[in-house]
Design a protein. Structure first.
Length: 381
């Protein structure tokens, strides 16, 4: 079961907390028995009133039953209690991030970190935050919440932005070094697996999503923000506007996707977002991830594949096809060539040319024994 999502939203002109999850008979029975949650047939979610007490009942119940859940930043605000004196500082920091034109994702991440720090320091003034308090916060989160290295690096970045907002010298926290980034190789599926994935995805919109993610190497956020007019059939390209780092770029459309796109556009007739959700709003990332998981299972792909792995596969297959790394960098929208270089480590173009030492040893053994008894050595008998 995917994580349960709790969001602050509006229903019938009233603020409510929506509770969205894949169909689960046991969970539905729990909500009916233990909470005041109601089901909206029109919105297809369960919901409770915008009250901290009710939200606490829901989250405590989910913890007790070991259900994994996520809250948006507004719902999280109701759960995490920080001293009232911190509110003005936190809101000022959020406005500062907006003024720097950071993406909504970055703003949410940085603001969440500072909100958690505010809870941790209790009544201590946030404006006087020092390295020892930050170190204490990091240690507690690494120990209790198993904070990953990438999350810790984001935390340090958030704190540095907070210090800039306060006008305090960064040198005060220079001793908080970012841990070295883990060097994980991306997960990649073969071109045959991509085709099998498309064949086993029967819903037209879902097949279009997978085809666009792979054939254009798009980030999931770029696809979901894509507008209908960004598809240029005359030039056979897609105009990706304000991608990561607020950069525009053009990526080519595959000839074999043209008929699929025309079919999708004529069937769904989107007017604004290319991949539209309810009421012509942007489609949700969680829906894409859930759909991809189902399609991978149908296609017999046992690897855990995310939408970003389709982008990784696109780049790796370009390397294997001999496309220049500089061109791949432009297609992916990478700022630094070092980021693109990682795909040379997973491409099979050169690996296929290497003779494994064990294979070489067996071949040598077979040559030596051929004249004696004309028998081949086999590892499996």
């Amino acid at each position: 079961m995917n994580a349960i999502q709790i969001d602050l939203t509006k229903h019938r002109n009233e603020a409510v907390f929506s509770i969205k999850f894949d169909y689960n008979k046991e969970l539905i029975a729990l909500l009916k028995e233990k909470t005041d949650a109601q089901y909206s047939g029109s919105r297809k979610f369960w919901y409770i009133a915008k009250e901290r007490k009710q939200l606490l009942v829901i989250t405590q119940l989910l913890k007790e039953q070991r259900y994994h859940y996520n809250c948006d930043e507004n719902a999280q605000d109701f759960l995490e209690v920080y001293h009232k004196d911190h509110r003005a500082t936190l809101l000022g920091f959020k406005e500062f991030l907006y003024s720097k034109r950071y993406s909504q994702s970055t703003i949410t991440t940085y603001f969440t970190f500072l909100r958690q720090i505010a809870v941790h320091v209790k009544k201590a003034p946030l404006k006087e935050l020092d390295a020892s308090q930050l170190r204490s916060f990091i240690i507690s989160h690494v120990d209790k919440k198993k904070m990953s290295i990438s999350t810790q690096r984001q935390l340090i970045s958030a704190v540095k932005q907070f210090y800039e907002y306060l006008g305090r010298p960064i040198e005060d926290i220079e001793q908080l070094q970012r841990p070295k980034r883990s060097k994980h190789l991306p997960t990649v599926i073969s071109q045959i697996e991509v085709l099998r994935l498309l064949q086993k995805t029967y819903n037209l919109k879902h097949r279009t999503i997978i085809a666009m993610l792979y054939s254009c190497g798009l980030r999931i956020g770029e696809l979901l923000e894509l507008k209908v007019d960004a598809i240029d059939f005359e030039r056979m390209c897609v105009h990706v506007k304000m991608g990561k780092g607020r950069k525009d770029r053009y990526v080519p459309l595959a000839q074999n996707i043209k008929a699929l796109l025309h079919n999708y556009l004529s069937s769904y007739q989107p007017t604004d977002f290319f991949i539209a959700g309810e009421k012509n709003q942007s489609y949700s990332a969680s829906s894409v991830r859930a759909m991809l998981k189902r399609s991978c299972k149908k296609a017999g792909i046992s690897k855990k594949i995310t939408p970003h792995d389709l982008r990784h596969s696109y780049a790796t297959h370009l390397v294997e096809n001999g496309v220049n790394l500089r061109i791949i960098q432009e297609l992916l929208g990478h700022s630094r060539p070092e980021t693109t270089m990682i795909y040379t480590h997973v491409a099979h173009k050169d690996l296929d040319k290497i003779t494994n030492p064990l294979d070489a040893a067996v071949q040598q053994w077979q040559l030596l024994k051929r004249d004696k008894d004309n028998r081949n050595m086999r590892l499996s008998r």
